[in-house]
Design a protein around this ligand. Structure first.
Ligand code: ZN
Length: 244
């Protein structure tokens, strides 16, 4: 099975559409989302509707999704994120709200764990280094887990009880040998933060046992114009152009 794995769309419809076109060309069998459908961007309802129509085989909730439906407090968000969440709360449709409210914290596909943050703390924990990854490898018995949340693509590999950040170049299938364990961050569709403005997503081929990171250019200026019209915070508009 070839599974397209998206995360952190963050209400960026132009980025989402570009990724959906790209993944269609990859002969994928299923699509899954790792949460943060909304927050930051100007198209929360359209992004939820688009993914709902397209059909997700598995999906989990993100911290911004929960904040947008009022299911968690926002005081631990930074001020810009708070402002965007309040905007999203005001603009979210009843249908989008219901869709987000029904999302689980964990899901799986083909025996692989799916969470937004980390296997240890599924919604909120950021795995930014091998040390944090090690805690999640110890906390749960998964062999492969896919995560999002940091907006930075990464593969953490556990082999012979050592955890390291593996090298991962875009567009080249990366083998996942048996016996090794993995936490794979698929990056962000709608707000990349690894100094690359192109939308990120991953294709996981279960038969070949490979993961491929793709970067997909999209019309950043179109999203920025919509954010300006919506009067979303300027730093959130600017960061899209530099992928930070
Ligand atoms: Zn996010």
């Amino acid at each position: 099975m070839r599974i397209g794995i998206l995360s952190d769309v963050h209400a960026n419809l132009e980025a989402l559409e570009a990724v959906l076109v790209h993944v269609e060309e990859q002969r994928h069998d299923a699509l899954v989302s790792l949460g943060d459908f909304v927050g930051y961007g100007p198209d929360p309802n359209n992004c939820v509707t688009r993914l709902h129509q397209r059909g997700l085989r598995a999906k989990v909730v993100g911290n911004h999704d929960l904040a947008a439906i009022g299911a968690r407090p926002i005081d631990d968000f930074n001020l810009l994120a708070q402002e965007a969440i309040v905007w999203t709360q005001r603009h979210l449709s009843v249908e989008a709200r219901e869709y987000l409210a029904a999302l689980p914290e964990r899901d799986e596909i083909d025996g692989v764990l799916l969470v937004h943050g980390s296997p240890r703390l599924p919604v909120d924990e950021y795995i930014l280094d091998a040390r944090t990854a090690r805690a999640s490898f110890a906390a749960d018995a998964f062999r492969i887990a896919f995560v999002g949340h940091t907006h930075v693509p990464a593969i953490f590999e556990e082999a012979r009880h050592r955890v390291r950040l593996a090298e991962w170049l875009p567009a080249i299938p990366k083998p996942l040998p048996p016996g090794h364990r993995y936490i794979i961050n698929v990056g962000s569709v709608g707000q990349p933060r690894d100094s690359n403005r192109d939308a990120a997503y991953v294709l996981f081929d279960t038969e070949e046992a490979t993961v491929t990171l793709f970067r997909v250019p999209y019309d950043v200026a179109a999203t920025q114009r919509k954010m300006e019209a919506a009067m979303l915070p300027v730093p959130l508009i600017e960061r899209l152009a530099v992928g930070r």
